[in-house]
Design a binder for this molecule. Structure first.
Ligand code: PRP
Ligand code: ZN
Length: 297
């Protein structure tokens, strides 16, 4: 780690399922960046934050050695690193990111017989996740050969390298394209924001806190709605009871109508027409619902 570094680094998958959503989230957190000539690096123009574009499997290692302070990565990749790495330290998960839902699953060519996990006994299973697969096999008491591949796992059966695969499945398109049938789920996963286990250098701590807060703010705003209305002061208690609000509403006095109030409430995505109609029945008027772009708690 370079102690004189004064720009925070966040690692993001270079090309794959998480790439687009990760960069989109950073943009929504207010970061604008321009690509380096070699496309390995995005230089943050309005914050001292740079984005490293890397293989997702490399992200835990970069966090562990302190080459990056933050990373957006599948929880499956962190879990695998934890099982494979002998050391006690692991990257910390700051927050789930709300995208990258997938599962680590075992799949086989459709023509091979499947009669439960025991059908894997004595088979060769190709995977990039030997730690997670090994654990699953032990839990199920199955002896099988784990063939470790770093990419293109799905073509291993056609190449004669294995009879089964254990790989990530999102839409299932990759398995279908390779005529593989999913038979067992080993692990469910989502993308998370992870942090280096090393203490951040002082110059970077503030930047890191503010970036994490912004990312949480974007995620917290997802689906949130701001409800604004006017209502008789006497109906306030009943209105508050009815609202799917995330926190107590703000109530404002109206100078020209002392028996009326203006109310603002941050609501979840469940706020719907039924709520609005019920509020009207309680005497509310001038109702307005706005989608919330971001929230800074
Ligand atoms: C995973 C996996 C498959 C693909 C499955 O790759 O290895 O290639 O996603 O998605 P699908 O079910 O929607 O077809 P990932 O993006 O994680 O990249 P990597 O395997 O190269 O790390
Ligand atoms: Zn990967």
């Amino acid at each position: 780690m370079n102690p004189s570094r004064d720009r925070l680094r966040i690692a993001v998958q270079k090309s794959g399922r998480l790439s687009e959503a990760s960069l989109d989230l950073l943009r929504r957190a207010g970061l604008s960046f321009r690509a380096s000539r070699d496309k390995l690096f995005l230089y943050g123009e309005n914050l001292p934050v740079d984005v490293l574009l890397v293989r997702d499997d490399d992200i835990p290692g970069l966090l562990l050695e302190g080459s990056c302070e933050l990373g957006m990565v599948g929880r499956n990749v962190l879990d695998e690193q934890r099982l494979a790495g002998a050391g006690a330290v692991s990257p910390q998960v700051c927050t789930a990111l709300g995208f990258g839902q997938c599962r680590l699953a075992i799949a086989m060519p459709a023509e091979l017989p499947w009669d439960g996990p025991a059908s894997l006994a004595g088979r060769r299973i190709a995977t990039s996740y030997p730690g997670l697969l090994g654990q699953w096999l032990r839990e199920h008491g199955i002896e099988a050969e784990v063939v470790v591949l770093n990419g293109s796992v799905e073509i291993a059966p056609r190449l004669g390298k294995a009879e089964a695969v254990c790989d990530l499945v999102s839409t299932g398109a990759t398995l279908a394209a390779n005529q593989l049938r999913e038979v067992e789920t080993v692990l469910e996963s989502v993308a998370v924001l992870a942090q280096s286990p090393r203490p951040l250098p002082p110059a970077l701590a503030g930047i890191g806190d503010s970036l994490v807060a912004r990312i949480r703010g974007v995620l917290g705003g997802d689906g949130a709605r701001l409800l604004m209305l006017r209502a008789p002061r006497s109906a306030l208690a009943e209105i508050a009871r009815l609202l799917p609000a995330r926190e107590a509403p703000s109530v404002l006095r109206l100078d020209d109508a002392p028996d009326q109030v203006a109310l603002q409430a941050l609501c979840g995505r469940s706020l719907d027409w039924q709520h609005l109609e019920a509020l009207k029945r309680l005497g509310a008027h001038g109702l307005m619902v706005l989608n919330v772009e971001q929230v800074l708690a």
